[in-house]
Ligand binder design. Structure first.
Ligand code: ADP
Ligand code: ZN
Length: 736
């Protein structure tokens, strides 16, 4: 575009206004357009505009006082159309600007997260969905039978039903003609049923009531107020923040509840429905596009009252946001590690600030950063120190694996076996925790030593016996489990090394053949139905032993669960990254919190080779404060977050030399500043990921340093070949 200077006082041609658009193209900055007299726009309007030969979606960012050298009116192109959705609010636009600025991302890539339902931007209407009639279709085929089975209680478009039943669209059309499926017209934007704040409020105890009162007052005040709700597992944090939700509903304000994983949603939905009479609005990436559209539009119109979702819900276009809750706020899955690398917990606090609303970070094991903010007086800390109903916190015992050695090829030490036997005899439940999916983390050939490695990543393939496959946990590459070694051709020579949850479950069945065992991982509980079935079975006492990964560490409340065994407490400490100790502490404390949540007392056994490690000692002594104090000192001493700031630069390319050269060029151009130090480049621990070679640099900065500006200037001065990707990770959580 021609950037000729013109006088700023240039009068626009009659009836035409100039606007600046944020166009959905990461390579471009904001662009100026004109508005034809037939269209009405305001800041935040979502529009269609021409860009070269194409059309792009854009957001009207500014309508007056456009700084910079203006392009003459005559050269501007007119926007083409305004989408029939409410304009993005000023607080959301500020959030987009802040997020792009803080995480060194392009504004358009952040704005895309707000326009996360393409379907929602189009006008309303109705669609035809189909459901079973109960009529017999006459001629029966295996395909038809499968469809009739799978579609019980379902409703959706032919395409959705086809995906759901794994039966072709043609077969489903045949069922429509045969009268077994019938069409139903559905308004795509029908509102959700209203939640009733008075449906079934609990009788809170005094401690809970005091915290709830504080929250309710904050919601009523309609001002920014960040809270850290610190309460042991089972103390009633959810019940208490539900009172804040109730107040928001009463005063017609919207609520956003962020959960760290979709897997927790099912449990949350049940509790929410029990308390408020209806389910909340759900938002996550695996939803049907029609559901996403409906949710997005109801959020934007203000009629969706309570939205529960994973981190992407943070950028939804709420009309009247009155409260944000981040549950299990310490969870690292709130950190997004691809695309825009942001931390949803921190962005949630900023959103609350821009919206002028309270935000509650709830956790039994808050992140050190959050505790520090409370200590500094930025967050108001509210405590729920006791379990509800007098349930005691479980007893914690250490099993020193150097003395209590499990038999060869086994991982459960004798004291834990004994404790499990007691539970089984009494008809109670036990939970074994090991944060490793699959059967074994490494498979090798006994004959030639060959190890199965991913062709795309520097990682071993993990054996999954339940699905009879070897899988890469980084890129998803899978092969059927082979019978012979691909290297030497020997049969029956492949050996599994080390345990995963499937192998522990095998061990349980060998020791206790009668025990009913459930393996709980993202592989086995891959959808809401399976999660629901597991929860029901566990509640009904149909499961004796649960063997699970971090997926079972939170959220669940099983009254008969009285024993938790941690198979390998040292596993999490191996990585050695900044948060390894904190993460281990949180995980083990959370899983320990599953034991003895009701009347019966709980017991936790932690297997370790390092009973003297500070994390393990603190867990054994139940001394959380001591652990946090030691960890805080260590971080302060190292200038690590939250006392200093870190950033990572990740350089990758399919060409190894190209990645290395680019990383070296970045290292060579590193700024020399007193309050900033640059380490690397070095090959990343995962030096090959999805066929891309990777290098990393780590930047340590004092809090005084202008970290983001420095990074932008530094990288902005360099040019790279087109195959090179350079990512910036502010406040990194992952160091692989
Ligand atoms: P947290 O979120 O802190 O782990 P929850 O809110 O899940 O705690 O509470 C633990 C259990 O105790 C849940 O089953 C919950 O319904 C129950 N509970 C907590 N407070 C009350 C209360 N005041 N009245 C009835 N049940 C309660
Ligand atoms: Zn891989």
């Amino acid at each position: 575009m021609n950037q000729t200077e013109t006088s700023p006082s240039e009068t626009p041609p009659a009836g035409r206004a100039r606007v600046r658009l944020l166009v959905m193209n990461a390579a471009l900055g904001p662009l100026d357009y004109t508005v034809p007299p037939s269209l009405d726009v305001e800041p935040g309007s979502v529009v269609i505009a021409p860009l070269g030969p194409r059309q792009v979606t854009g957001i009207v960012w500014e309508t007056e006082r456009l700084p910079g050298a203006p392009v003459p009116f005559a050269k501007l192109r007119p926007i083409l159309d305004v989408m029939p959705v409410p304009p993005l609010s000023a607080p959301l636009r500020r959030l987009i600007e802040w997020t792009a600025d803080y995480y060194c991302a392009s504004m358009s890539s952040v704005a895309r997260m707000a326009l996360s339902s393409g379907a929602a931007l189009r006008g309303g209407g109705s669609i035809t969905e189909y459901r079973l009639t109960g009529e017999d279709p006459g001629r029966m085929t295996p395909q038809r039978e499968r469809a009739l089975d799978a579609l019980q209680g379902e409703q959706g478009t032919i395409r959705e039903l086809s995906a759901l039943s794994e039966v072709s669209e043609a077969v489903l059309r045949g069922l429509v003609n045969a009268g077994a499926l019938e069409p139903v017209q559905v308004d795509i934007d029908r509102p959700y049923p209203a939640a009733d704040p008075a449906h079934a409020p609990p009788a809170l105890n005094d401690g809970q009531q005091a915290v709830a009162d504080r929250f309710v007052a904050a919601v009523a005040e309609r001002r920014f107020a960040p809270f850290l709700l610190d309460g042991v597992t089972g103390s009633g944090k959810t019940e208490v923040y539900f009172e804040a939700v109730a107040e928001a509903i009463r005063s017609d304000r919207q609520v956003l509840v962020l959960l760290p994983e979709i897997a927790l949603t099912e449990n949350f939905l049940k509790r929410f429905e029990a308390r408020f009479g209806v389910a909340p609005v759900v938002w996550h990436s695996n939803q049907k596009s029609s559901e996403r559209r409906r949710a997005w539009r109801q959020v934007a119109s203000g009629s969706a009252q309570v939205v529960v979702g994973a981190r992407s819900a943070l950028f939804l276009p709420f009309a009247r946001l009155g409260l944000i809750v981040v549950d299990e706020a310490h969870e690292i899955s709130f950190k997004q590690d691809d695309g825009v690398r942001y931390n949803a917990r921190d962005v949630a606090v900023m959103r609350a600030r821009f919206e002028g609303a309270p935000v509650i970070l709830a956790s039994a094991t808050p992140a050190l950063e959050s505790l520090q903010m409370a200590e500094a007086g930025v967050y108001e800390k509210l405590d729920l120190p006791a379990r509800f109903g007098g349930a005691n916190l479980p007893d914690i015992a250490i099993v020193d694996l150097r003395e209590q050695v499990p038999p060869r090829g086994r991982w459960i030490a004798p004291p834990l076996v004994e404790a499990m036997r007691e539970r089984l005899d009494r008809g109670e439940q036990a939970l074994l925790f090991l944060n490793r999916r699959g059967y074994a983390p490494l498979t090798l050939c006994r004959n030639c030593g060959y190890r199965f490695q991913c062709p795309n990543c520097s990682a071993w393939l993990v054996e999954h016996r339940l699905s009879a496959r070897l899988a890469c946990h980084h890129c998803g590459h899978e092969v059927p489990s082979p019978e012979a070694c691909p290297e030497c051709g020997e049969r029956d020579c492949l050996t599994a090394c080390g345990p995963g949850v499937e192998r522990i479950a095998d061990e349980v069945s060998q020791i206790f053949p009668e025990a009913r065992t459930a393996v709980v991982t993202s592989d086995t509980l891959s959808n809401p139905e399976k999660i629901g079935a597991f929860v029901d079975a566990a509640h009904a006492g149909a499961i004796d032993v649960i063997v699970g990964t971090q997926l079972v560490t939170k959220g669940y409340h099983f009254p008969e669960l009285t024993l938790v065994g941690v198979i390998d407490a040292d596993l999490g400490l191996e990585g050695g990254d900044l948060r390894a100790a904190e993460r281990s502490y949180q995980q083990i404390a959370q899983v320990a919190g599953r034991a003895g949540r009701a009347k019966k007392a709980g017991e936790v056994m932690i297997q370790t080779r390092h009973p003297e490690a500070p994390v393990i000692a603190a867990l054994a002594a139940g001394d959380r404060d001591a652990f946090y104090a030691a960890e805080t000192e260590a971080r302060r001493h190292a200038g690590a977050p939250p006392f200093g700031r870190w950033a990572a630069i990740i350089v990758s390319s399919e060409d190894e030399a190209e990645a290395r050269d680019a990383a070296r060029a970045i290292g060579g151009a590193a700024p020399r500043m007193d309050d900033l130090a640059v380490y690397g480049p070095a090959p990343a621990p995962l030096s090959l990921l999805r066929n891309r070679y990777r290098y990393r640099l780590l930047i340590y900065a004092r809090r005084s340093a202008a970290l983001q500006d420095t990074l932008r200037n530094w990288l902005g001065s360099l040019a790279f070949p087109s195959g090179v990707r350079v990512g910036i990770d502010i406040d990194p959580y992952s160091f692989v």
